[in-house]
Design a protein around this ligand. Structure first.
Ligand SMILES: Nc1nc2c(ncn2[C@@H]2O[C@H](COP(=O)(O)OP(=O)(O)O)[C@@H](O)[C@H]2O)c(=O)[nH]1
Ligand SMILES: [Mg+2]
Length: 347
């Protein structure tokens, strides 16, 4: 385990790379039929020679593509950040881990970042959290109930020290989406430093609800400088099962929402894991680079004190509503106590 130096290379989020040229895109366009983004010149050349999607290899009935302005600005922002980072010799690369933290970090100061998963029921929040925890193994995790009835917390850490001294711990809150539980969410609006507003891209009502409820509540109750992103989940179903008209309307609406509020959009599949890790990483990077937010996090963390966080909290899955198919992995009462105690101190 090492702290970051300016010699490290910044890993590029996969969405920023053109699937044809394998380079960071400068003018990304979205091919409407397959839902993937490509470099403008590259897809134009491809379509002169082929009538298939470069990603799915399926025959295209619709060869139209549109500018992906949000992706373009996310790439530009990323490149600007990368330059800033390189020049100021700051935090460069990291991976987000869901495992035991190194013992040698036991006495280091921590930065405790709270991230909330917001969005209507059935949009895939729990699936997304499970993917972040288990990666591809999350396929072997099954839900015991179809609805998350109480906030479920999981803890991650970054495998590199921030500013060469801080251990960064992320508390991810998966909150209930059913209307009758929405009143329990207030704390998660109030205390989060970052939020992923999750929608089901096959159900446009969830996008409407994201605009009219989740985004507004976050504005109303959240901290001033909270970082958030719009997540359009179930991209696998969106591409395979939604017709052209629906997809066009959904994309237009999502883009309008995102550009109106200047937030980035991420098209992901929590079930397949597409774009999930890069999106989460991007959110954490943004939080750490938001100076006002970082000041608050540093202040809270020094108030809470390092001693309150035991290493074992980073180790396991809060399993109020999931279990591994292996019977040995169920949750314990002690874990739940730890979780509650962390929540009280962290938030
Ligand atoms: N095809 C597909 N199904 C998904 C995806 N994400 C979640 N689901 C399914 O959507 C349903 C609701 O997911 P869940 O995570 O419980 O949603 P939550 O209520 O927002 O926590 C489950 O049946 C998941 O398997 C995805 O990316 N693709
Ligand atoms: Mg859930």
């Amino acid at each position: 385990m090492k702290s970051m130096t300016s010699h490290d290379t910044l890993s590029v989020p996969r969405d920023f790379i053109c699937p044809i040229t394998r380079e960071i895109m400068q003018n990304p366009v979205l091919l409407v039929e397959d839902g993937h983004s490509y470099e403008f010149d590259a897809i134009e050349r491809w379509l002169t020679d082929n009538n298939t999607s470069p990603m799915t290899n399926k025959t295209l009935n619709d060869r139209r593509f549109v500018n992906n302005f949000n992706l373009k600005s996310a790439i530009e922002e990323y490149c600007a950040q990368k330059n800033t980072i390189l020049s100021s010799n700051q935090f460069l690369t990291f991976n987000i881990r869901y495992s035991r933290m190194p013992n040698t970090w036991k006495n280091k100061p921590t930065l405790n970042i709270c991230v909330s998963l917001l969005g209507s029921s059935n949009t895939g929040k729990t699936t997304l959290a499970r993917y972040l925890q288990y990666g591809l193994q999350s396929k072997f995790v099954h839900l015991n109930s179809t609805v998350t009835v109480a906030a479920d917390l999981s803890f991650f850490y970054l495998d590199q020290l921030y500013e060469d001294k801080y251990v960064v711990i992320i508390q991810l809150s998966d909150i209930p989406g059913m209307e009758r539980y929405e009143s329990c969410c207030d704390n998660h609006f109030r205390h989060c430093h970052g939020a992923l507003i999750v929608t089901d891209s096959t159900d446009i009502d969830t996008l409407e609800r994201a605009e009219l409820y989740w985004y507004k509540q976050l504005q109303l109750k959240g901290q001033d400088h909270v970082e958030y992103m719009l997540v359009c989940n179930k991209s696998d179903l969106f591409q395979r099962h939604c017709d052209d008209d629906y997809r066009r309307i959904f994309l237009e609406r999502a883009e309008n929402f995102a550009s109106l509020h200047q937030i980035s959009i991420h098209y992901v599949s929590a079930l397949k894991g597409d774009n999930i890790s890069s999106m989460f990483k991007q959110l954490i990077l943004r939080i750490l680079q938001n100076e006002l937010l970082l000041d608050q996090i540093k202040e809270n963390s020094s108030l809470n004190g390092r001693s309150s966080i035991k290493l074992k909290r980073m180790r396991r899955v809060p399993a109020t509503q999931v279990s591994l198919q292996s019977p040995s992995s169920s949750s314990t009462t002690q874990d739940e106590c730890d979780r509650d105690s962390f929540r009280r101190r962290c938030c």
